[in-house]
Design a protein around this ligand. Sequence first.
Ligand SMILES: Nc1nc2c(ncn2[C@@H]2O[C@H](COP(=O)(O)OP(=O)(O)OP(=O)(O)O)[C@@H](O)[C@H]2O)c(=O)[nH]1
Ligand SMILES: [Mg+2]
Length: 432
Amino acid sequence: MSDRKASDKNSVVIAGRINSPGDLALFRELRELANAAGYIIVGEIIQKRKREDPKYNIGRGKISELKKLVEDKKPLKIIFLNNLKPSQAYNLAKELGIEVIDRYELILEIFAKRAGSKESLLQIELAKLKRELSFAKEYINLSKRGELHGFLGGGKYAVDSYYTYISSRITKIEEELDKIRKIKNMRYNKRVEVGLYTVSLAGYTGAGKTTLFNTLTNEKGYVDGKPFATLSTLSRKVKLQGYPVIITDTIGFIDSLPESLLDAFYTTLRETIISDVILLVVDLTDPIPEIRRKLSTSIDTLLSLGINISKVLVVGNKIDKATGEELREKEKLLQNTGLEYVLVSATKRIGIHSLVEKVVEMLPDKLREKIIISEDQSRDLLEEILEKCKVISFTGLADRRLLLEIEGRRPIISKIKARSNNPQDALSARAL
Ligand SMILES: Nc1nc2c(ncn2[C@@H]2O[C@H](COP(=O)(O)OP(=O)(O)OP(=O)(O)O)[C@@H](O)[C@H]2O)c(=O)[nH]1
Ligand SMILES: [Mg+2]
């Protein structure tokens, strides 16, 4: 008979082998991740221990403590901070009589729960299969060494054919993802080719990227305060002080993201994030060591994506919740990165004007030109100018002509200038 209350049906115990203060921060973050996956934490166990126990990962002495906790709290499962080898997960589950997952699987669960688009669903399936593939490799190794002991009923033959099945499914998903990405990229590249500037929002999960995206674009991207609210990229065209810019919101970074997830998700990121300016959003309500950790993870991730770091503008967010002296200390952390930075509140719209000013300043390859077009000249030329350039000034001249001072990306401005001087253009426009 179970005395578990209905509200406890998602209850979990979290456990972790801690090796450094960084691990402790990850353990705190594990709580947020568990909540984001819909679990209620009913117990926690931490062990300070350097080396993992080969059989259980956590030390054997802790197993009896865990057993007792399981008996008392009757959780649905145990979530481990440390990455478990398949044999460790199996041994733990057998010993404790309860399902055991690790941080990696927890992140996959969150992604699976929140995935909306076909692309993100395929990405998750791919990440899961890649993990299964590496597990299957270990099964094969164990079976070769004769260490399977009822680990997998079907034995080596079953594992081999399973391995083949997973590999072919992986190839199929990769092909499908490739198609989806190509279409998405084509759309994106088209906008870039016509000369629009691109700005991407990047940063640790929960930093406030989507909120800032919404503030800058008047959109309503999904925000709920839990990790990984955003799983696929979203782009919108806006004018920042007259400059046409495509802004892209992206998936958040996290510490120690497993390789297969990195692959699956950051492939999309790599393509969209190669922008003219990258806004690295930082949550300034976090304590100082947390800001340091998340900042360093974010910068490492940007570097591993091949970003030119001089394009990065650090955006210290949520300053509505950070106070005087503390805020100054936190500001120093941003200063120490050696990168340009601004302070804002995305929700209260504080500092947004300065942010936009800074972004505009960082837009590369600008050219300012004066052109004269006839009012009877192509209407589509005028439309094009309004779409792709910033119009600095606009003066009416005699003979129904206009003097325009425009600024934008160099090749676009040069092309427009050439067209404005081209009498052929006027003729062809009149013919329409
Ligand atoms: N106080 C305060 N809260 C903010 C501000 N900006 C964002 N938030 C809150 O921070 C939480 C996370 O915001 P999101 O915009 O979803 O963060 P994100 O970086 O897009 O998160 P992921 O999509 O998970 O990577 C939400 O609860 C927001 O309401 C701000 O300027 N001030
Ligand atoms: Mg988001």
